[in-house]
Design a protein around this ligand. Structure first.
Ligand SMILES: Nc1ncnc2c1ncn2[C@@H]1O[C@H](COP(=O)(O)OP(=O)(O)OP(=O)(O)O)[C@@H](O)[C@H]1O
Ligand SMILES: [Mg+2]
Ligand SMILES: [Mg+2]
Length: 551
């Protein structure tokens, strides 16, 4: 297909190209549910807690240790299930679980207990997994999704959370095809996990996507997990059914895109089965083949194990008092939704978009900064600036200059925020804002100054502290707004000279006659360039209008 674009460039696109593009970008947007088949989904999410130690042993559980370390280097006798070893519950996973349960509006069970789930697998040396089957840690929670914050179709959607249970992670097996051997790494064995189980409340793909993102952001916000899908710190199983047919469980879905593609594929596959007179097996588990982009059967009902659940006789119940729960509630940070609303109201008045930048990790966030340190930098600078100017505060200044200008410059110059804030402290940044606030420098000069500071910063090494004196720099570069010094006569002279030098009578006539009133902006631009922003554009505008006799 040939197409002529506005710029005159000819583009060639074929139908197959469009199909590929559509497939790639259509994860949720081009997917339509069939009116006759209701989609129903429920999630089971396993989250690795980044506690200091593992769940029932003293082994190191630094978030990176079991993923990046030498295999079997983070393993204690208990993790290895040597005979005679016994579990000893660490308090930290309970603390983390309490934080999560409270944040998800759950009822915490004051007397939960651990059970053994028996199955034999080489990466499960105990022969059973310790989990909470009969009396889980928390129940009856919920998470609300909203149209504006979470990009869902409905105004609001409540996802009920059946329960949260604490359990051990298993080890990891890697099958080597050529050698025909399986390697076992027990670094992950006994890492604390929380399994979250939702009710089958999801009726649209977008809700699933939104919930995963929101939950991931929550666990990062609470600092209880890295929440990374890539490392397996967060693992999502999805149960999918249509109308009242049995659910199919989807496991081993490595990222959000495969989760969404797998649900979509499964929904369509189940409809095809029903429409061709087939039956949907009860309790089938399927995986995801990323190459073929389809779900594949892993096991069916015949393969279901009898786990012989039994209370673990070596572990006492987890008994909590109301006081402990109240104490933990008091230590909780402001939760993301509340934080967004807080940032959107007085005194900050941020837009939803900017409030989200400071609260939620975005897909295009890079290694230079994270939203939390950016938020802290913003809040500290804001407070300093507000203390200086009181009620005359212009809340757009910190937003524009931190979220937009500073971030843009850091990206351009590839400077991490951490390095920047060590030198350009919130105090100094608020001084900088004050110069703009008091119109000591123009926006143009502000941009030049900030970029210059950051460029210089890039050249100094990390350990050197750079001395920063804003006033000195302004003098050195002659950036001070000269309005105060430029008298009206001088301004008239300057503007008249600019008009003369324009050498464009037609433009001047068009402005005067009102044919092209916007051309005055061009002339103001000339003045700004010549005087490098030292005279305010409003003053130029006033004077040019006066000279050209236009309103
Ligand atoms: N009709 C349904 N359609 C889709 N999902 C469903 C349906 N009924 C239940 N589910 C979902 O199935 C999941 C059941 O998880 P749960 O952990 O209770 O049991 P399980 O999958 O049998 O056990 P395991 O933890 O061993 O996988 C929940 O996420 C629930 O929302
Ligand atoms: Mg399941
Ligand atoms: Mg489950």
């Amino acid at each position: 297909m040939l197409r002529r674009t506005k710029t005159g460039i000819t583009t060639v696109a074929t139908h197959s190209m469009f199909r590929i593009l559509r497939r790639r970008y259509s994860v949720t947007s081009h997917f339509k549910l069939n009116d006759r088949y209701k989609l129903k989904c429920g999630l089971e999410i396993h989250t690795q807690l980044n506690t200091k130690n593992k769940l029932f042993s003293a082994s190191n559980n630094k978030s990176s240790s079991h993923f990046n370390s030498i295999p079997n280097s983070q393993v204690s006798f208990f993790d290895l299930a040597l005979p005679g070893t016994q579990p000893l519950l660490n308090y930290e996973p309970i603390l983390f679980a309490t934080k999560l349960a409270l944040s998800l509006n759950s009822e915490i069970n004051l007397n939960s207990s651990f059970d053994r789930k028996h199955y034999f697998y080489a990466d499960q040396p105990q022969g059973y997994q310790i989990t909470q089957h009969y009396s889980p840690f928390a129940q009856h929670g919920h998470m609300n999704l909203f149209r504006d914050i979470d990009n869902i179709e409905q105004e609001q959607k409540r996802i009920n959370i059946t329960q949260l249970q604490i359990e051990q992670d298993t080890g990891k097996s890697t099958y080597l095809q050529d050698e025909k051997i399986t390697l076992i790494d027990l670094n992950r064995s006994n890492v604390p996990l929380i399994e979250l189980v939702t009710e089958p409340d999801f009726t649209e793909l977008q809700q699933v996507k939104a919930f995963i993102k929101k939950y991931q952001n929550l666990i990062r916000h609470l600092h209880i997990s890295t929440g990374d899908l890539e490392t397996g710190a967060m693992r999502v199983d999805v149960n999918v059914s249509i109308n009242e047919y049995p659910r199919i469980e989807l496991k081993n879905l490595p990222n959000t895109s495969s989760i969404i593609h797998a649900i979509k594929f499964e929904y369509e596959r189940q409809i095809r089965i029903i429409e061709t007179g087939g039956t949907i097996p009860s309790m089938e588990t399927r995986g995801w083949d990323a190459n073929k982009m389809e779900t594949v059967k892993l096991r069916s009902k015949e393969g279901i194990m009898d786990y012989r659940y039994m209370p673990d006789p070596e572990l006492p119940n987890v008994t909590l008092s109301e006081d402990i729960i109240t104490n933990v509630r008091e230590t909780l940070p402001i939760l993301p939704d509340t934080l967004i609303h807080k940032l959107m109201s007085e005194p900050f008045n941020l837009s939803l978009k900017d409030a989200k930048i400071l609260t939620i990790k975005s897909n295009n966030q890079n290694d230079l900064y994270d939203h939390e340190s950016l938020r802290n930098y913003y809040l500290e600078t804001f407070t300093e600036y507000k203390n200086q100017v009181g009620s005359t505060i212009n809340c757009k200044l910190p937003t524009t200059w931190i979220i937009h200008e500073l971030l843009g410059d850091l990206n351009k110059l590839q400077i991490p925020l951490l390095q920047c804030e060590a030198i350009l402290t919130p105090q100094l940044f608020s001084e900088f804002l004050l110069l703009l606030h008091k119109e000591k420098i123009s926006n143009t000069s502000g941009k030049l100054l900030l970029f210059h500071i950051l460029e210089t910063m890039k050249e100094v090494s990390y350990d050197k502290t750079m001395e920063l004196n804003l006033n000195k720099l302004i003098k050195e570069f002659n950036l001070e707004l000269t309005n105060n010094d430029v008298g009206d006569n001088e301004l008239t002279e300057i503007c008249q000279q600019i008009l003369d030098n324009l050498n464009n009578d037609k433009m001047i006539q068009d402005i005067k006659s009102g044919k092209k009133p916007k051309s005055i902006k061009f002339i103001i631009g000339q003045g700004m360039r010549l005087y490098q922003g030292r005279i305010k554009p409003q003053d130029f505008e006033r004077k040019f209008k006066e000279l050209l006799n236009v309103k």
